[in-house]
Each structure stands twice: as C-alpha cells, then as structure tokens.
Design a protein around this ligand. Structure first.
Ligand SMILES: C[S@@+](CC[C@H](N)C(=O)[O-])C[C@H]1O[C@@H](n2cnc3c(N)ncnc32)[C@H](O)[C@@H]1O
Length: 146
C-alpha cells in the first residue's frame, strides 16, 4: 500500500462489512463501455469516482483491469432504502435489478446495514483496490435524489 492509500484509509476508515451480503445493483443508463475501454487503453491505475451509490459502477471499473484502484467519494447519506423502494416497481429501473434475486431482501439489507456499509460490502471481493471516502465533493452539483 502506498503512502497516499494509507493516509486516505487513516482519514476515511473503511467500514467493517463482516456478515453483510453483497449485491450487484448498478444505476447504469448505458455508455459505460467507453470508460471501461479508457481504463484499459490508458492503463489507468487510480481513478476517482464521485457518487458511487451501491458501487455498481465501481464494480465495473474494478473488473475492467486488475491493477486499477478506485477512490469512491460519496456521502452515502440519502435515504437509499426509500430510493430503492421507488425504483423497485418502476419499469425504467428494471435492468438495474437484473442480478438481484430477491429485491426486498436486498432493500432490507441496505436498510439494516446502512448505505456506506452496503456499498463497501458490494466491492469487498476487490479488497484494498476500493478506497471509500465518505464525504461530499464540493464541486458536484447534482441534487440527490433528483
Ligand atoms: C446516480 S447515483 C450514482 C450511481 C452509481 N454510480 C451506480 O452505478 O449505481 C448518485 C450518487 O451520488 C451521490 N452524491 C450526491 N451528492 C454528492 C456529492 N456532493 N459528492 C459525492 N457524491 C454525491 C449520492 O449519494 C448517490 O450515491
């Protein structure tokens, strides 16, 4: 682990995720192959993602190349279970749930463990290649939830 990784971990300790189930839920509207291609073509080693949600996109970046490290910045403070309950039966969001066998179990898990822990559990298999930064980017203007 490099010095900057150790410093980030000291400032933003990763949450414990023991016993928390992993899920793959990605708010993917398409076009991510452009980023996956760029990671591979430019041999990206460190990437900052602003707004990781439940780390669906993060999983795609970490899967793209075995060397890439993703710093995921997200306050993880919105009411994620309420958002997911709204998405659950909305036709637009059905593809996001395609890898989830039991939607209610997934939403209940996020409710009981909290968003930050759930997000970290979803990328646990990548170990230290995911660096969670529980904070808000000051230059990120999106209002969430929309
Ligand atoms: C559309 S979701 C991201 C979807 C995610 N990339 C995926 O693939 O599922 C937007 C995320 O941005 C986060 N967010 C909102 N304001 C933020 C800020 N100022 N800095 C960083 N993240 C923020 C929200 O908490 C939410 O998790």
């Amino acid at each position: 682990m490099t010095d900057w990784q150790a410093e980030l971990r000291r400032r933003y300790p990763p949450p414990a995720t023991d016993g928390v189930e992993s899920f793959y839920f990605s708010l993917d509207g398409g076009g991510r192959e452009l980023i996956v291609d760029a990671i591979r073509q430019h041999d990206v080693r460190v990437m900052v993602e602003i707004g990781s949600f439940l780390c669906g996109s993060t999983t795609q970046w970490l899967d793209a190349a075995k060397e890439v490290i993703v710093i995921g910045i997200d306050p993880w403070e919105a009411n994620f279970p309420a958002i997911l309950e709204k998405y659950k039966d909305n036709p637009v969001f059905q593809p996001c749930f395609s890898k989830i066998a039991d939607r209610q179990q997934f939403i209940d898990s996020v409710r009981s463990h909290g968003a930050a822990v759930s997000a970290a559990a979803n990328v646990r298999r990548f170990g230290e290649r995911f660096v969670p930064v529980k904070a808000a980017s000051p230059r990120y203007c999106m209002s969430w939830p929309p």
